[in-house]
Design a protein around this ligand. Structure first.
Ligand SMILES: CCCCCCCC/C=C\CC(=O)SCCNC(=O)CCNC(=O)[C@H](O)C(C)(C)COP(=O)(O)OP(=O)(O)OC[C@H]1O[C@@H](n2cnc3c(N)ncnc32)[C@H](O)[C@@H]1OP(=O)(O)O
Length: 346
């Protein structure tokens, strides 16, 4: 931990090669969080010493063929880490300078603000993709950060977001197109609503009629041109009204203009120094806010989620221990470790 001149603590995770969270690292994090609280730091920024990995999540070796007592201590220490970080009264931010899968994403979402380095990094709770079930409080951390519907889809699909996806959800092109045209103008010349197709068909029929001389056809086309020019507003209005009706029929919310944000991260940065600077700027936003009021407001805001774990700690631990000790889970962990090893040797 390094405290800068502004009193902001920068805590760097340093457990090569990938900052996987084993018992020792979790204990060190808990002690550091206690120190930050005791030192009355203005705030805390979490980052990583690795140039490519923020944290690879839980150390799978802690769960594979575990010692029963250590496994229990490991889980309780992880719960403690989350209670301290998610419930910290001081401002917290994550400068995510690399991949942040599973437990790495948990740390990031437990903070109040996230700045991630642009690049080929990913972040998300991928547990279901690994065949494991994230407990309520881990799910809650994501639900607390991004809209509930997106959180449910991300959790059930084990979605790992690219940096761009983490910032934005998706573009609703249809709605954007409609929005670009502006709201329908309901006033204007009151013509019987005829679609451009109807008008063109009628004119074409006339032009093709054997009775119609070519010059008459030209006159009709000129008349059509004049009609289109003078009735442009009505035609465009009818087209927009038609588009809006179609959007409503298809349950597309046209009020939402532009990009929908998922907001798993708040900002991107070109490098670690910039990410830390942006995190500091976030923390300095509270300079003029009385810290007691700020801290208490945050804790009240997060109270319900924290309380859920506090009242269910034993049951949550038992569920974890039962799950890890299942032969099928041990088999999956073995396969996953082998896959990681194979990948790292390539
Ligand atoms: C079992 C029931 C549990 C129920 C409880 C649910 C609790 C849910 C909460 C959290 C769950 C977790 O966090 S589980 C961990 C999930 N993590 C991952 O899936 C990430 C796996 N790692 C990677 O994808 C990559 O390593 C990386 C993208 C993070 C980095 O890639 P890079 O190429 O830089 O590094 P390598 O892949 O070569 O890895 C180097 C080295 O580290 C070992 N490694 C990687 N991740 C882990 C890990 N999580 N635990 C232990 N070891 C890990 C990897 O095997 C390599 O080892 P070797 O050098 O020895 O080959």
């Amino acid at each position: 931990m390094a405290v800068d001149n502004d009193g902001i603590a920068v805590v760097t995770l340093q457990r090569p090669p990938v900052n996987s969270l084993n018992l020792d690292l979790l204990q060190a994090m808990n002690n550091t969080f206690d120190d930050v609280a005791k030192n009355k730091s203005k705030g805390m920024i979490l980052t990583s010493a690795s140039p490519t990995v923020f944290s690879a999540g839980l150390d799978i070796m802690e769960m594979y063929k575990p010692d029963p007592k250590r496994l229990e201590t490991f889980w309780v220490t992880l719960q403690d880490m989350w209670l301290k970080l998610f419930g910290a009264s001081f401002p917290t931010a994550a400068a995510i300078n690399g991949h942040a899968p599973a437990g790495g994403c948990l740390i990031a979402t437990s903070c109040e603000y996230r700045v991630m380095l642009s690049g080929k990094f990913t972040i998300g709770l991928n547990e279901t993709a690994l065949g494991i079930v994230p407990p309520t409080w881990i799910q809650d951390s994501l639900r607390h950060t991004i809209p509930t519907r997106q959180a449910e889809i991300a959790l059930t699909t084990g979605k790992m977001f690219t940096v761009d996806e983490a910032l934005k959800w998706r573009t609703n092109r249809g709605a954007e197109g409609a929005a670009r045209l502006g709201p329908p103008v309901l006033e204007g010349p009151q013509m019987p609503p005829r679609s451009p197709d109807q008008i063109l068909n009628k004119t074409l029929k006339m032009c093709l009629s054997p009775k119609m001389a070519l010059d008459t056809g030209i006159i009709k086309l000129n008349a059509l041109n004049e009609y289109l020019v003078t009735e442009r507003t009505t035609i465009v209005d009818n087209a927009i009204t038609f588009g809006i009706k179609k959007c409503n029929d298809m349950d597309i919310n046209i009020q939402k203009r532009g990009r929908r944000k998922v907001g798993l991260i708040d900002e991107t940065a070109a490098d670690k120094a910039e990410a830390i600077e942006k995190c500091k700027k976030f923390i300095k936003r509270f300079d003029k806010i009385p810290s007691l009021a700020r801290g208490m407001t945050k804790q009240i805001f997060r109270q319900e989620v924290l309380q859920k774990l506090l009242t269910n700690r034993q049951a949550d631990t038992k569920q974890f221990l039962d799950l890890v000790n299942q032969p099928k889970i041990q088999q999956s962990l073995e396969l996953y470790l082998a896959m990681l090893k194979q990948k790292s040797q390539k």
